[in-house]
Design a protein around this ligand. Structure first.
Ligand code: ATP
Ligand code: MG
Length: 251
């Protein structure tokens, strides 16, 4: 595996050794108060899973980290640096990779063209980078086979693999995955789960995953459980009790 997260200077005055730290986040849609005092952190090389039932604010939290939504109070720190002032494309170049819920690949573009879009997150963008790191084909061989096929003609599972590969090509330090196995057939769920594990083990990238499949959740080191826009439980996934699972996972 040759994809490595981009070496960037670590700020000298980092207040903690977390790669991602959300502190006291409060986010609104108009006047609807969605996120309430959310604290969450992801350490380097760690896989953290966010669980919670429909509508509790998981996607809202990821969108706030990515910069698609702005918090009214609180802060988002990447390696100790406040990314609050940065728009989404600058956060991408600072090392935040994002695979949105529903995948959002471009259906009219080919697999290759969709992958090239991922290079836009590299310093200098697509103008400077035209090379697709073959490591993404090691992880997801089907993408190499279908390079010339339109993204919209792939199956849901293949589109998900394409979306993950596209995010990886931006060489993130932190990869956010919003329900990557939602609506996907069970055999492909396992492929995606294995690929995510392999990405973490071989590149040191940190992952923040929103997931409903218990087997996949258990691959994470740490979990946070959300309810009504707040974090209400957290701990090592090895200590996930039946009660927590019944309360926060819908499958
Ligand atoms: N664009 C929007 N405008 C207004 N309210 C919204 C908007 N998007 C989401 N919401 C509301 O914010 C709350 C949190 O939504 P969010 O999508 O973050 O939940 P979620 O935990 O990701 O749910 P799911 O498991 O269904 O993906 C919900 O009550 C939702 O109805
Ligand atoms: Mg969601």
């Amino acid at each position: 595996m040759t994809i490595a997260s981009q070496a960037r200077p670590v700020p000298s005055a980092a207040p903690s050794d977390a790669l991602l730290e959300a502190r006291g986040l409060n986010v609104y849609y108009g006047e609807s108060h969605i996120l309430r005092d959310v604290d969450l952190s992801v350490r380097p090389g760690q896989m953290v899973c966010l669980i919670g039932r429909n509508g509790v604010g998981k996607t809202t939290l990821l969108k706030t980290v990515v910069g698609l939504l702005r918090q009214r109070r609180g802060s988002v720190l990447l390696a100790g640096e406040d990314v609050g002032p940065l728009p989404p494309h600058r956060r991408a170049r600072a090392g935040i990779g994002y695979v949105p819920q529903g995948r959002e690949i471009i259906p009219q573009l080919t697999v290759k063209e969709n992958l090239l879009l991922g290079l836009e997150a590299l310093p200098g963008g697509m103008g400077r980078h035209r090379h697709i790191d073959p490591v993404v084909f090691e992880l997801f061989p089907v993408l190499e086979k279908f390079l010339g096929r339109r993204g919209g003609d792939l199956s849901g599972g293949q589109q998900q693999q394409l979306a993950i590969a596209r995010a990886l090509l931006g060489r993130p330090r932190l990869l956010l995955l919003d329900e990557p196995t939602e609506g996907i057939q069970p055999s492909v769920v396992l492929d995606i789960e294995r690929a995510v594990r392999r990405i973490i083990e071989t590149t040191g990238i940190s992952v923040l995953l929103v997931e409903q499949h218990l087997h996949f959740v258990r691959q994470a080191d740490w979990y946070y459980a959300m309810q009504k826009g707040g974090v209400v439980a957290s701990g090592p996934t090895g200590e996930l009790s039946k009660e927590v699972i019944d309360r926060f996972l819908s499958v």
